[in-house]
Design a protein around this ligand. Structure first.
Ligand code: HEM
Length: 370
């Protein structure tokens, strides 16, 4: 929790830039690919959290260095060979010839450059006690014992964070915002809760993680959005241990790989009720036993020993930025009656979240201006 609270400032910095950009779009009334902008936001946040620097997607409003498109290509590849491993030699050699490897190279270069710069900067107090971003924590470990936390560990730690915490968080943010656009009654309730908290002096600007956790409707909206649209769309694989295992009445020998797709688990009507397919935040506003019963089947962050280690960071990020977005802006879907198009490449990305944005209180000051 202490580390999380320390990281809030990195989220706030990116939120300020994002709000400023949305204000500009509010003036021009252009159609935004919102999933794309939330991807810029989430990537820049994870850059700040990890190496203390944004990639620059938000500032420049584009996929700087082709990083995002290269990760997309790479994901499509891994998603396919993950299922059809016999295709690997053929696709891999095709990709080497055709695909832009440059983008992934840019991500590696960006990350390595920040590591090198920091290693040269002996003056930063954070590197000694690890009280800054992730890199400062890794550097403190490295300095303590370079043979147990090696240069390679430093790099792997940073790059894993960036890979695991960017698309996942942007998909989750998109789901929250998209579902609020599709369900104006939920948006209305959320705004009422936030306004009430504000009137009671219980919300800062920007909202702190702690304050966001004390907003039950906000938390229910986030939980439900992450249930109806989990970021990962393939089974979370596990190897059956020694002696085999009987799962749901079927015996699986040891060494077999079993798993469940989160999308399937989350549509289980015996757990979530007959309206499991619907976005209904109220289902989480129930008694403790019922909440815990459903929560045991909530797989968005996985489960057990390999559960997501970035879960709380993401929940902090989502919990802080959503109140800012819904309080400061109106979002109008361009095709409100159309179904959402998605693409499953392990991460299930929103393809058709297009909207127009407008400021709600044009006289209010943004976080960025304050
Ligand atoms: C809403 C955002 C996120 C979602 C939905 C998500 C989802 C997941 C899922 C489903 C897994 C596999 C769990 C399993 O097999 O049981 C996972 C693992 C992991 N996640 Fe996340 N994640 C998110 C954000 C993050 C962030 C921000 C970070 C790092 C800063 C991160 C780092 C990791 C790592 C390192 C693992 C591998 C853990 C292991 O294998 O021991 N994730 N995540």
């Amino acid at each position: 929790m202490t580390s999380l609270l320390r990281m809030e400032k990195y989220v706030d910095d990116c939120s300020a830039v994002f709000v400023q950009k949305l204000r500009e779009f509010g003036k021009t009334h252009e159609t935004l690919n919102m999933a794309r902008w939330l991807q810029f936001y989430a990537f820049d946040v994870v850059g700040e959290l990890t190496v203390g620097k944004r990639f620059g997607f938000l500032d420049e409003g584009k996929d700087v260095g082709g990083i995002i498109s290269a990760i997309d290509t790479y994901l499509a590849y891994t998603a396919n060979v993950g299922v059809y491993s016999e295709w690997h030699p053929f696709i891999s050699s095709m990709m080497q010839k055709l695909s832009p490897r440059q983008g992934r190279g840019s991500m590696v270069e960006f990350t390595q450059a920040q590591i090198d710069k920091r290693k040269e900067d002996e003056t930063s107090p954070h590197e000694l006690d690890g009280t800054g971003d992730f890199l400062s924590i890794y550097l403190a470990l490295h300095k303590k014992d370079p043979s147990s936390f090696t240069d390679q560990d430093l790099f792997a730690g940073c790059i894993t964070n960036i890979g695991a915490g960017s698309d996942t968080t942007s998909i989750s943010l998109s789901s929250v915002l998209y579902n609020l656009c599709k369900h104006p009654e939920a948006l209305q309730k959320l705004r009422e809760e936030l306004e009430q908290k504000q009137a009671n002096g219980e919300l800062s600007n920007p909202v702190t993680f702690k304050e966001s956790q004390a907003c039950p409707y906000l938390q229910a909206v986030i939980k439900e959005a992450l249930r109806v649209h989990p970021a990962t769309g393939f089974p979370l694989g596990r190897v059956v241990p020694k002696g085999g295992a009987t799962i749901a009445g079927t015996f699986f020998p040891e060494g077999a790989i079993v798993g469940i797709n989160t999308w399937v688990a989350h549509m289980n009507v015996s757990v979530f009720g007959h309206d499991a397919e619907l976005f209904r935040p109220e289902r989480w506003l129930t008694d403790k036993d019922n909440y815990n019963r459903m929560d045991r089947y909530f797989f968005t962050f996985g489960m057990g020993s390999r559960t997501c280690i970035g879960k709380n960071i993401s929940l902090m990020e989502v919990g802080k930025v959503i109140p800012t977005l819904v309080q400061e802006f109106d979002f109008e879907l361009v095709n409100p009656d159309a179904d959402l198009k998605t693409r499953n490449v392990w991460f299930v990305k929103q393809q058709s979240f297009f909207c127009k944005v407008s400021e709600r209180h044009s006289n209010s000051q943004t976080t960025a201006e304050k």
